[in-house]
Design a protein around this ligand. Structure first.
Ligand code: ADP
Length: 178
C-alpha cells in the first residue's frame, strides 16, 4: 500500500496486502456474518481453529491471530458494541476497540493496518459518529507509534466513505473525547 498516514479505500478488506487487517468480530470469535464471514472465508479453516483456542473476547478488547490464506499476515479481532441509543457507554467501548487494536499493532510491530467500520453494520452504530471515533483514535495512534505508518479505513459503501471524509475534514481538536 503506497502512502502514509490515514487513507480511505473502497471494497473488500480481505483483498488488502497490508500487514494486519481488523475483524469486526463477535464475543465468541467463532465467525459470523458481514466482514467476519468474509475474513474467515478468505483466511480458510485454520483461522477458526486458532480462534477456538482464544476463549472469546469481551466487547472493547482485541485478539490477534495469523491471516493464513489472506494477503494480510495478521488478523486483529475486536468486538465492537451493539448500538443501544448511545446511553450504554457505546462511544467509550468503540474507542476502546480501536485502542486495543492499535496496542496489538504496536506489540507486533505492524507498519500497516486496515479497519472495517467496526459496529456500523449489523451492530447498528451510526456511521458518522463511529467514523469520528475511528479517525480520532487513528490520529492518536499515528502520533504515538513510530512503526505504524499506514492506517486504512475500508469503505464498504458510499455512506461509510462519506462518514470518514466528514470526520477527516474536522480538525483533530474539535473531536470530543469518548
Ligand atoms: P458489526 O457487527 O461490527 O456491525 P458488520 O460486519 O455487520 O460488523 O459490519 C461492519 C462494517 O463492515 C460495515 O460497515 C459493513 O458494511 C462492512 N463490511 C462488510 N463486509 C466487508 C468487507 N468484506 N470488507 C470491508 N468491510 C466490510
Amino acid at each position: 500500500m503506497p502512502g502514509n498516514g490515514i487513507q480511505l479505500t473502497d471494497g473488500d478488506i480481505t483483498t488488502l496486502a497490508v500487514e494486519g487487517i481488523v475483524n469486526a468480530a463477535n464475543n465468541a470469535l467463532l465467525g459470523g456474518g458481514g466482514v467476519d464471514g468474509a475474513i474467515h472465508r478468505g483466511a480458510g479453516p485454520e483461522l477458526l481453529t486458532q480462534c477456538r483456542t482464544l476463549g472469546g473476547c469481551p466487547t472493547g478488547e482485541a485478539r490477534i491471530t495469523r491471516g493464513y490464506n489472506l494477503p494480510a499476515a495478521w488478523v486483529i479481532h475486536t468486538v465492537g458494541p451493539v448500538w443501544r441509543s448511545g446511553v450504554q457507554g457505546e462511544p467509550e467501548l468503540l474507542a476502546r476497540c480501536y485502542r486495543s487494536c492499535f496496542s496489538l499493532a504496536r506489540e507486533y510491530g505492524l507498519r500497516s493496518i486496515a479497519f472495517p467500520a467496526i459496529s456500523t453494520g449489523v451492530y447498528g452504530y451510526p456511521k458518522e459518529e463511529a467514523a469520528r471515533i475511528a479517525v480520532r483514535e487513528a490520529r492518536q495512534a499515528l502520533a504515538k507509534n513510530e512503526t505504524l505508518t499506514s492506517i486504512i479505513f475500508v469503505c464498504f459503501n458510499s455512506a461509510t466513505r462519506l462518514a470518514y471524509q466528514k470526520a477527516l475534514a474536522e480538525p483533530s481538536g474539535t473531536q470530543r473525547s469518548a
